[in-house]
Design a protein around this ligand. Structure first.
Ligand SMILES: NC(=O)c1ccc[n+]([C@@H]2O[C@H](COP(=O)([O-])OP(=O)(O)OC[C@H]3O[C@@H](n4cnc5c(N)ncnc54)[C@H](O)[C@@H]3O)[C@@H](O)[C@H]2O)c1
Ligand SMILES: O=C(O)C(=O)C[C@]1(C(=O)O)C=C[C@@H](O)C=C1
Length: 295
């Protein structure tokens, strides 16, 4: 077996993503010599112990990161600043600090100013997940065949970046590199806006149900179901994502609203050609996504 990448690796936040990483690290044995799990919730920490997901389980992040050569933040992005304040004085010089946060501009904003000299920051974002959360929701194959986007810091340490890239390769993922602003724009359209629309359409249907006193959702066939799967996602995580990718998300929302209005206008004026064109474009894009997945 290859040498473990990290002598002592600490995962902070053992929900869907943190516990998936922990499961994989346990299964493979070549990611961490010793695996430390830290979660602020006593209930989650207890469950992580029961599931045997780590060698050491802590609720205090300062204690958890002590002596670690690798630390990965897996909490909602809105907690990164507070966690960093606690751990910064306890991070090991020469060690690597990474994360799995869904927004990247905010990670630099919250982590860089507190980063101790000699600790290498390598922000990362696995483009993999589900609508479920918590330590029981994780699974070791979550990252298999998925992209992980790295957003390297200017003048960052190449060896530290390679270590994090190798960690994700060992998880079965493919690596892409981007600047944080591009990352935040891309995920605003492919991930954050779809979640915003899914949460909203469920609320709109629920409002209608209250107005009409009809059980509207009883009649939601598979179209609505497929479209809204992601609306079951975690409240804390998505509040933090929306608030920490504000600019890019609002820009995409404005573009989407314009495009939706244009289609609405075509419906109002009976412009069949415009409507058909939009449907054809949608079909083409959806089919190319399925082909990409099968390739
Ligand atoms: N869920 C997804 O699909 C997905 C995909 C890619 C990246 N991400 C990112 O991964 C991170 C985690 O998401 P998740 O889905 O695993 O969330 P989750 O809700 O399943 O788990 C988050 C965990 O963090 C813990 N936590 C919260 N505050 C903490 C603190 N101050 N100290 C220690 N632990 C704390 C919570 O108790 C919880 O166990 C987020 O930043 C999210 O943006 C999520
Ligand atoms: O598949 C899902 O349920 C997800 O929400 C995963 C998803 C996405 O939108 O693609 C969610 C957030 C991430 O940061 C990355 C992946």
């Amino acid at each position: 077996m290859a040498e473990p990448l990290f002598r002592r690796l600490c995962l902070v936040g053992l929900g869907l993503i943190g516990s998936s990483l922990a499961r994989l690290a346990r299964e493979r044995g070549d990611i961490a010599g010793t695996l430390v799990a830290c979660d602020a919730s006593e209930a989650v920490a207890g469950r992580v112990r029961e599931l045997g997901l780590a060698d050491v389980v802590e609720t205090d992040p300062a204690k958890a990161v002590e002596g670690c050569d690798g630390v990965i933040l897996c909490t909602p992005v809105g907690r990164f600043g507070a966690v960093m304040e606690r751990i910064a004085p306890h991070l090991s010089p020469g060690g690597v600090l990474s994360d799995v946060g869904s927004t990247k501009g905010s990670v630099l904003r919250d982590l860089l100013p507190l980063l101790p000299r000699g600790v290498h920051l390598v922000p990362a974002h696995p483009m993999a997940g589900t609508e479920h959360s918590g330590p029981d929701a994780g699974f070791a194959t979550l990252f298999q065949g998925r992209y992980v986007i790295l957003t390297p810091v200017e003048g960052g340490d190449a060896a530290a970046q390679e270590k994090i890239a190798e960690l994700w390769r060992r998880c079965g993922a493919m690596i892409e590199t981007m600047d944080p602003a591009t990352h935040d724009k891309v995920v605003a359209i492919v991930s954050h806006l779809p979640h915003m629309i899914a949460f909203t359409i469920c609320s709109t249907a629920d409002d209608l149900a209250q107005e009409t006193r009809e059980q509207v959702l009883k009649f939601a066939a598979s179209g609505f179901r497929d479209f809204t799967r992601i609306a079951a996602s975690d409240v804390d995580m998505w509040r933090d994502v929306f608030l920490n990718n504000r600019e890019a998300l609002l820009e995409m929302l404005a573009r989407f609203s314009e495009d939706a209005h244009a289609l609405g206008r075509a419906v109002r004026w009976g412009e069949a050609g415009f409507i058909e064109d939009r449907i054809r474009r949608g079909r083409k894009i959806r089919r190319s996504l399925i082909e990409l997945k099968q390739a």
